[in-house]
Design a protein. Structure first.
Length: 397
């Protein structure tokens, strides 16, 4: 509210003469009129943007049914850590501890950095694993593929997933991760985060360039705060637009690192459940006609019904459980049925002109997730396909 300032005129007094009668004072001039205060118009409230409807809200979903009968521990060793006897033994003991829900055995093979992290160990209560295969450690990263029938209290996703090991100098397990592992300390500090408390969930819009002897990277990096020492459960999820500068020596060892810019990106970022998931912006519309969408919807509903009732078998897999896991991530719910209206589609163009463009269909799932599959040139579901899973990047304000 504006203040009103009043102008007060000076009163002119009559001058008394030394010997005469009192002089009549001159008339006091009328006060100057004060301009009326300007009334500001009340601003019209800006209407809040209408939230985009959740395309999964009108659909029903069910989880795949997996056998939960515990199987005897059986590890397919293969070529696992052939040049590191301690890592080999500790890695096998680690997965056996998961099989048997043995927290003390798990603790015995973990590195001091994990035990001293201040975070609790995962709760193995109720965890049921029906199969394990391990390998790597010579020409590739050491890994274990677990078939998780029941995650129990661990926070792990159900289904068949590949985890990767890393070991400390004594061969103790330092990481066993499903996404991209712990966020490096230098990177965490550059992002203003507490070192040792965050894991990498994914990157998008990555651009790499080479400048003299330095590697320059610009990307959006998504990270999650660990709720346990191994990062199997994630709490807060944040994303940052960053640029980095890295210099390596002749043996590919990192010698210099600097984060040259970092800006946090707002939004409710979803959590990846598997290494093969990725963040993206789903298409807004469709490249398929109404008739094509109806045909695809019918094909999908037939497939989803067979996945849920346990009758689906693949071209090369006769066992229904293994066949279902080969095409669908059991950590994600399966639509009971979809309609053409909820589907989206686009065409993936490859940089190589010798590879034909590919039509993709996007099926909405809860938690900002989309199941994506490809079509043949005739408009049928590709017989040798599996669904991939994309998480919707929050829209910019």
């Amino acid at each position: 509210m504006k203040s009103l300032f009043l102008t007060i005129p000076a009163v002119l007094l009559a001058v008394l003469t030394a010997c005469g009668p009192l002089a009549r004072p001159e008339a006091t001039p009328a006060p100057t009129a004060t301009p009326a205060a300007t009334v500001e118009p009340t601003p019209t409230p800006t209407a809040a943007p209408t939230p985009t409807p959740d395309p999964s809200a009108g659909l029903d979903y069910e989880m795949l049914t997996l056998p939960t009968t515990p199987q005897p521990p059986h590890v397919y060793d293969g070529q696992f850590m052939p040049n590191n006897a301690a890592g080999h033994d500790n890695g096998l003991a680690f997965v056996e501890a998961l099989y048997t829900n043995d927290t003390e055995k798990l603790r015995s093979v973990l590195s001091d950095s994990l035990l001293d992290s201040g975070l609790p160990l995962p709760d193995l209560t109720g965890l049921v694993i029906t199969d394990v295969s391990v390998g790597g450690g010579l020409y590739e990263v050491p890994y274990a593929t677990l078939t998780i029938a029941d995650p129990g209290a661990t926070g792990l996703p159900a289904g068949n997933h590949e985890f990767r090991f890393s070991f400390d100098a004594e061969g103790k397990v330092e990481e066993f991760y499903l996404q991209d592992g712990d966020l490096e300390d230098a990177v965490a500090r550059g992002m203003g985060l507490e070192p040792g408390a965050w894991i990498q969930l994914g990157s998008l819009d990555v651009k790499d360039t080479l400048e003299d002897d330095a590697h320059l990277t610009a990307a959006t990096r998504v990270v999650g705060r660990k709720q346990d020492a191994l990062g199997w459960t994630v709490g807060e999820v944040r994303a940052f637009a960053i640029t980095e500068r890295k210099v390596y020596d002749g043996h590919s060892n990192l010698t210099e690192y600097a984060m040259t810019s970092c800006q946090e990106l707002p939004g409710d970022w979803p959590v990846l459940r598997n290494r093969t998931d990725w963040y993206t912006q789903p298409p807004e519309g469709n490249c398929l006609s109404d008739e094509q969408l109806q045909s695809v919807s019918d094909q999908l509903n037939d497939l989803f019904a067979r996945l849920l009732d346990g009758t689906y078998t693949g071209e090369w897999v006769d066992d229904p459980v293994r066949a279902a896991l080969s095409v669908w991530d059991a950590a994600r719910p399966v639509p009971v049925a979809v309609t053409p209206e909820v589907l989206r589609s686009d065409v993936l163009q490859y940089p190589n002109p010798d590879i034909a463009p590919q039509t993709r269909v996007w099926i909405p799932l809860p938690d900002s997730c989309w199941a994506v599959c490809s079509l043949t040139e005739e408009g049928s579901l590709n017989p040798n396909f599996s669904f991939s899973f994309a998480l919707a990047e929050p829209a910019a304000d």
